[in-house]
Design a binder for this molecule. Structure first.
Ligand SMILES: [Zn+2]
Length: 114
């Protein structure tokens, strides 16, 4: 008896949605499994890492760019919108970098048990 090779479309390990062309390999229970973009964006370990990067880099960039105003205590209102943006940019860059690093082609799962 020969084992038949049954190809199943790859599915997201979290939500079960079929993956069309791109998957994001993320750790789930110590195993790298494919995820869809929606689940990859909500991946908590990556978001926590991006938050830490955003806080560290954002604080340094704020000190470099607006430190003279902050230390003097004269922060112009026009600069107030720049500080949240200074924290948001490294968060977004770290998140996009993490997603691009985890991105790969969809590999069909082959069931050889049949
Ligand atoms: Zn999903």
């Amino acid at each position: 008896m020969t084992a038949e090779l049954i190809k199943e479309p790859a599915a997201c390990a979290r939500c079960g949605r079929d993956l069309s062309s791109t998957s994001y390999e993320l750790l789930l229970n110590a195993t790298r499994l494919p995820h869809c973009l929606r689940c990859a964006v909500q991946y908590r370990p990556m978001l926590k890492r991006s938050l830490v990067v955003g806080l560290i880099v954002g604080a340094l960039q704020t000190a470099i760019n607006q430190g003279n105003f902050i230390f003097v205590g004269e922060l112009p209102a026009a600069l107030a919108w720049k500080i949240p943006l200074t924290f948001a940019v490294p968060f977004i860059v770290a998140t996009v970098g993490g997603l691009l690093n985890a991105r790969g082609p969809v590999v069909d799962r082959a069931d050889t048990t049949g």
